[in-house]
Design a protein around this ligand. Structure first.
Ligand SMILES: Cc1cc2nc3c(=O)[nH]c(=O)nc-3n(C[C@H](O)[C@H](O)[C@H](O)COP(=O)(O)OP(=O)(O)OC[C@H]3O[C@@H](n4cnc5c(N)ncnc54)[C@H](O)[C@@H]3O)c2cc1C
Length: 404
């Protein structure tokens, strides 16, 4: 049993980034997760991860600050220069178009494979002298006046000043603390797969709000490749997932009248995977409880604290802003404060509130607006798209938010 500054739980991107960021600040980290292996083969240029993320500027900045961005294979990263969002009326003007050129920024986002980020973070963590790793599951933990002790499934016990839970949407640590959540399960499942396309995408990310309430996004990958995220009704998602490559390509081309014009013929590269979609927000992100007299020692990070619909491609970006904020708070702490000073964690809690609420609310409302089959709402949303598209001011405000 050794004493650590922080015990980080979970080896998703949020967990690995948390370990690395804090280790780079000189903190002694114990990282616990069932497995650290990503299974991602970055050498094979023909193998592409089906899980693709649109990364925002804040994520790129964090990865850059941690010297991770420069270690990533840039030939596997696609810059997004344009975004086009189509309403559910087949009218060429029924579209919202954002361009990096009009916004006078070099790019709107970056598209990167999940495995690629994880693998690069993993290598950086392995080379850090401040991180010790244990492949195990957290079975239990106990918060006392001056530390947290963690017991793993294999019976090992560790002690640290803080417990940082990046253990995903079903966070066992959040459950153990009995932190309440507000959540709803969407009547949609995301089906993801990658494709080769006949026409070059020109760095354009497209999203179609389909008349049946489903959402189809095609994100650009390097060369003539695309990644699909189709948020479909569960029964339809099941069908899409079980289709042959040819059938799925045909289903995409049939989904919208202008699809073939945009992509040309498609060829499936990776078999489809599916993810049920939900929204979740933890009512507290600090533990053990709400009592102001008890020092918080447990912190929720990433999907353990919040989960959202992927229509805005922001879930991971939000989680990595949790990591960046926590890192900045420790980095700029007053010399007289220890890292487990409750004032620091309360700062974290306060600063994450607004960002999380705003994003969860916006994505939830957009999903509800576009899933509705009411004619009244259909008119409102299609008129809204055109209206925003015509207003340079509104578009600038939206881009500013999206680029955060
Ligand atoms: C279809 C889809 C598309 C998406 N697209 C985007 C996008 O374009 N942009 C974006 O920003 N976000 C996107 N997201 C959201 C993004 O996938 C998540 O926000 C992100 O993966 C969450 O990462 P995490 O590290 O917080 O959690 P996870 O990746 O779930 O990691 C949790 C970790 O905790 C570990 N763990 C669990 N229990 C224990 C335990 N008891 N002990 C130890 N370890 C434990 C698990 O093994 C795992 O390693 C998308 C999501 C979906 C479903």
């Amino acid at each position: 049993m050794t004493n650590y500054d922080a015990i980080v739980v979970g080896a998703g991107i949020a967990g690995k980034a948390t370990s690395l960021r804090l280790a780079q600040l000189g903190m002694k980290i114990l990282h616990i997760a069932p497995s650290f292996d990503t299974g991602f083969n970055s050498i094979d240029q023909n193998a592409w991860d089906s899980r693709i993320y649109a990364l925002s500027a804040s994520t790129q900045q964090l990865l850059n600050d941690m010297n991770v961005w420069e270690s990533m294979d840039q030939s596997r990263i696609q810059v997004v220069s344009d975004m086009r969002i189509f309403g559910d009326v087949s009218d060429k003007n029924n579209e919202l178009h954002f361009s990096a050129y009009s916004a006078t920024v070099p790019q709107l986002a970056w598209i990167v494979e999940s495995g690629h980020i994880e693998k690069t973070l993993d290598m950086a963590c392995k080379f850090s002298g401040n991180i010790q790793r244990v492949s195990d599951l957290v079975a239990d933990f106990l918060v006392s006046a001056d530390s947290v002790s963690v017991t793993t499934q294999s019976g090992q016990r560790f002690e640290g000043k803080l417990l940082l839970a990046a253990d995903g949407a079903k966070s066992p640590i959040r459950e153990k603390l009995q932190i309440e959540t507000t959540s709803n399960v969407y009547d949609q499942t995301a089906v993801v797969a990658n494709f080769k396309c006949e026409k070059h995408h020109q760095g354009t990310a497209c999203q179609w709000f389909l008349p049946n309430g489903e959402i189809l996004a095609l994100l650009p990958l390097p060369d003539k490749k695309l990644s699909m995220v189709w948020s479909a009704r569960p029964a339809h998602a099941e069908k899409l997932k079980n289709m042959s490559g040819e059938e799925l390509c045909e289903a995409i081309l049939q989904a919208h009248a202008q699809m073939k014009e945009r992509t040309g013929l498609l060829e499936m590269m990776t078999p489809p995977q599916s993810f049920p979609l939900r929204r979740m927000k933890a009512k507290r992100i600090l533990g053990p409880d709400n009592n102001p007299k008890v020092n918080p020692r447990v912190v929720l990070i990433g999907d353990a604290a919040h989960v959202m619909h992927p229509l805005a491609g922001q879930g991971l970006n939000l989680g990595l802003r949790d990591v960046a904020t926590l890192g900045n708070i420790f980095k700029s702490k007053e010399d007289f404060r220890s890292i487990d000073d409750p004032v620091l964690l309360r700062r974290y809690e306060r600063s994450r509130h607004g960002d999380t609420d705003a994003l969860l609310f916006t994505t939830d409302q957009l999903q509800k607006l576009f899933i509705s089959e009411s004619n009244h709402l259909k008119t409102v949303r299609n008129f809204g798209l055109k209206l925003v598209n015509r207003s340079a001011f509104l578009k600038r405000q939206l881009i500013k938010k999206a680029l955060a």
